[in-house]
Design a protein around this ligand. Structure first.
Ligand SMILES: *Cc1c(COP(=O)(O)O)cnc(C)c1O
Length: 362
């Protein structure tokens, strides 16, 4: 391959060419420092501008109210599976979980190690072909929080509306759909996401946290596991993933240049429709995994009539510059991850390829 491909990898995932080029241009000499951003101090004015700039930009783009902070924490989204129960399953409170896929289940299993938990709803019996209906959610007594996974990366399902939990903190893992659509942040007490799907390269989790949740964080924990350590120190208590945070800022600037979430959301709807239309127009040659009402706009999952054809599909697609289409082993088949940075053109090319492949093989 001598040219860039359309990259449908689930994460680490495609990034806009424009920000890779910008990083390349600034690589040897960041902002006149004579050093790359990887070589400057995380305590320098230049880096402070990057990390606070990234927080401000995310707040602007997602319309995050003033009583929230944006934190950058290591250990990825998986680290949040541990930090959340450790900080909030205290005083006999119960961690409530909605299980709608593999990552939701991983988050739940970590909480089980920490304290009392309750499964408020699960779609496991349906092989995770949809998210939970709001009226299926049954919370326990004395809940510490309700945890949901807004987009199920592996199964290709996504919540279209969110539960109203009243005074109970609603916590969401938005690793694979943060910044892909407009949401009402004020419904959530805490939102987190690994950066490497929709926000930049791997290395940090972005945590959007309401002030009262910072205050409530468990003071008996080691320093690096408490949310207030990160909040009090602008995520600079220790050396953060500085290059990742720099790339996140470039990504946020790019989203703003595109026209913000209004434009991004419409584009994501258009992109997903192109691929789902190709599935629906195939007379059953391609079979979507997700129920129509739960279809993810970020990860499109579907099967072919047999595994040999699926292998051939992935290999043939790669030959024409459509990379990373192999599905996760838990679902099999094909998964097209079409995050913010995937252009409409990539989805069109995939839909065309699907038609041609079917015509040859059906
Ligand atoms: C990818 C992913 C994770 C895991 O993220 P890491 O940063 O690798 O820990 C967790 N939750 C969801 C929904 C994901 O898509």
């Amino acid at each position: 391959m001598t040219e860039r491909v359309f990259n449908f990898n689930p994460g680490p995932a495609t990034l806009p060419l424009a920000i890779l080029e910008k990083a390349q241009k600034e690589m040897l000499n960041y902002n006149g420092t004579g050093m790359s951003v990887m070589e400057i101090s995380h305590r320098s004015k230049d880096f402070e501008a990057i990390i606070l700039g990234a927080e401000a930009l995310l707040k602007e783009l997602m319309a995050i109210p003033d009583n929230y902070r944006v934190l950058f924490i290591g250990m990825g989204a998986t680290g949040q599976f541990d930090m959340i129960p450790m900080n909030y399953i205290v005083d006999g409170k119960i961690g409530n979980y909605v299980i709608t896929g593999s990552f939701a289940n991983k988050a739940y299993k970590e909480a089980v190690k920490v304290g009392p938990t309750h499964i408020a709803a699960s779609t496991k019996d349906l092989n995770f072909t949809r998210v939970a209906n709001l009226d299926e959610i049954q919370m326990s007594e004395n809940p510490a929080y309700l945890h949901i996974t807004s987009n199920n990366t592996i199964f290709g399902t996504q919540w279209k509306e969110f539960p109203d939990t009243g005074d109970v903190p609603l916590i969401a893992d938005m690793s694979s759909d943060i910044l892909s659509r407009k949401i009402d942040v004020s419904k959530f007490a805490l939102i987190y996401a690994g950066a490497q799907k929709n926000l930049g390269p791997a290395g940090a989790a972005v945590v959007i946290i309401r002030d009262d949740m910072i205050e409530k964080s468990n003071q008996n924990l080691p320093t690096m596991l408490k949310y207030d350590t990160y909040a009090k120190n602008n995520s600079l208590y220790n050396t953060p993933a500085s290059f990742t945070i720099y790339m996140i800022k470039l990504m946020l600037e790019w989203v703003k240049e595109q026209g913000g979430l209004d434009v991004i959301e419409k584009r994501n709807e258009e992109k997903a429709k192109i691929v789902y239309d190709a599935v629906d127009a195939s007379n059953g040659f391609y079979k979507g995994h997700a129920e129509v009402g739960s279809r993810s706009l970020m990860n499109v999952t579907f099967r072919l009539p047999n595994e040999d054809l699926e292998k051939e599909f992935v290999a043939e697609a790669a030959k024409v510059g459509l990379a990373g289409l192999k599905g996760h082993r838990e679902v099999g088949g094909i998964r097209a991850s079409i995050y913010n940075a995937m252009p409409v053109e990539g989805c069109r090319k995939l839909a065309e390829f699907m038609k041609e492949f079917q015509a040859k093989k059906a």
